[in-house]
Design a protein around this ligand. Sequence first.
Ligand code: FAD
Length: 415
Amino acid sequence: MKSEKVDVLVIGAGPSGTVAASIVNQSGLKVKIVEKQKFPRFVIGESLLPRCMEHLDAAGFIPAIKARGFREKTGAKFVNEKDEESVFEFSEQFSEGWNWTWQVPRAEFDKILADEVEKMGVEIRYETAVTDIKFNGTDSITTVEDLHGNKSEIEARFIIDASGYGRVIPRLFNLDAPSQLPPRKALFTHIIDTRRPTGKDANRITVIIHQPGVWIWVIPFSNGNTSLGFVGEPSFFEPYSGSNEEKLRQIIATNGRLRERFKDSTFLWEPKVLEGWSVSTKKFYGDGFVLTGNATEFLDPIFSSGVTLATESGHLAADLAVKQLKGEKVDWEKEFVEHTMQGVAVFRTYVMAWYEGSLQDIFFAKKQNEKIKQQICSVLAGYVWDLDNPFVKKHKKNVSTLAEVIRLDNAQSKK
Ligand code: FAD
C-alpha cells in the first residue's frame, strides 16, 4: 500500500478543517487535508456570527471571501407569533470585536476557503475518505480510500478530526455521547426570492416564531435567492403529507408572514430534511488527536453558532497541536476542552431558554434595558468567551433571573 508522512493530518475540508490547516501551515509544519466529498458540496449552516471573522482573518481567508461579495450580516431580527419584532444590531454589542459577518451559501463559501488553503500550499485530497486509524502513542497510521476503492496510508504525528457530521474518530473509537437536548428536525430549501421586502429586511436574517417550539429561518443571499427552513420537534411535521416540496409549501401556506412572499415561488432544489443532529462526545482529545467543530458537539441551529464554534475550535486545536509538535507541553483539558466547553455551555443556556420560552420573554419585553440588550447582543454575535459580560459569565443565572423579573412585570401590568 502507498504511504506518505505528514506532521498534521486534518480530516474534513469544512471551515473547521481549513482554518486549522491554514494555521498549522503558517507554522511551517507539513499538513494535509483528506476530504470525503468533491467540492463544491452542499452543507447547511449559512448564517455566520461576527466572532468567526477573527478565525477567518487569522487563517488569511478574509480577502478572498470579501471578493466574492456575499451578503453582509450586521444583525438579526426575531419576530414572534403576535408579529412583534426584536432587532439586534451587532454595532451595538457590549464586547469589543467584529460587528458584522456574512450570510453565505455554504457550498460556495467552503470552496473559497478550501481553494485558498490549497493556494497557501496545503494539499487537499478530495473524494478520499478516512476508513481506519491506528495509533501508536501519539503517532498514527490512517487508512484512506478513494472513490475507486484504492487504499493508501498516511503517517501523521498528530490528527485534527474536523469531519463534521462524519464524526470519524468518535465513530471509529466509540466516543459518541447523548446530547442533553431533545431531537429536533429541519425542513429547508433555497428559493428564488422575487418578492423580498424592501429596506433592511431585504438583506437581514429573520427568525420567525411559527408556533411554540417551531421557528423559521429566512436568510437572504446576495444572489437573489433566500434560504428558508422550518425547525421543530419531529411531531410538528407529521400532519403534512406528500413530497418534501409539497410538505414545505403546505407549511409555508399556514404562516401569515411567509404565505404571500413565497407563494408560487421556485424552489431551487427538493427540500432537504435533517434531524437528530444534537450529539456530544465522551472525549475531545487523546494521544495524538483532537476533535474540532461538529465532530465534537453540535447543539442547535437557532443562534447560528455552528461555524463559529467550528472555527474557534479549529483555530485553537491547530495552535495547540503546533505547540506540542514543537516540543512544548500542552494541557489539552485546560487549554482546549475548558475553553471550547465555555462557549458551548453559554450557547446551550440560550438554546434551552429559547425553547423553554424565557428568552422570548426577554427579546419581546415591552421595557428594554439598553445595557442588558447590548450584553445579550454580544452573545448573539458569538462573543461567548468575554467574561466581562455578565450575560456570559453568569449566563444561566442572569438569563433566568431576567426572565423571571420580566414575567412578574408582565403579570403586574395585566392586573
Ligand atoms: P462540516 O462543514 O460538516 O465539514 C466536515 C467535512 O468533513 C465535510 O466536508 C465532510 O465531507 C468531511 N468528512 C466527513 N467524513 C469524512 C471522512 N470519513 N473522511 C474524510 N472527510 C470526511 N451553523 C451556523 O454557523 N449557522 C447556521 O445558520 C447554521 N444552521 C444550521 C441549520 C441546521 C438545520 C443544522 C443541522 C446545522 C446548522 N448549522 C449552522 C451548523 C453547521 O452546519 C455546522 O456547525 C458546520 O457546518 C460545522 O462545520 P465543520 O467544519 O465542523 O464541519
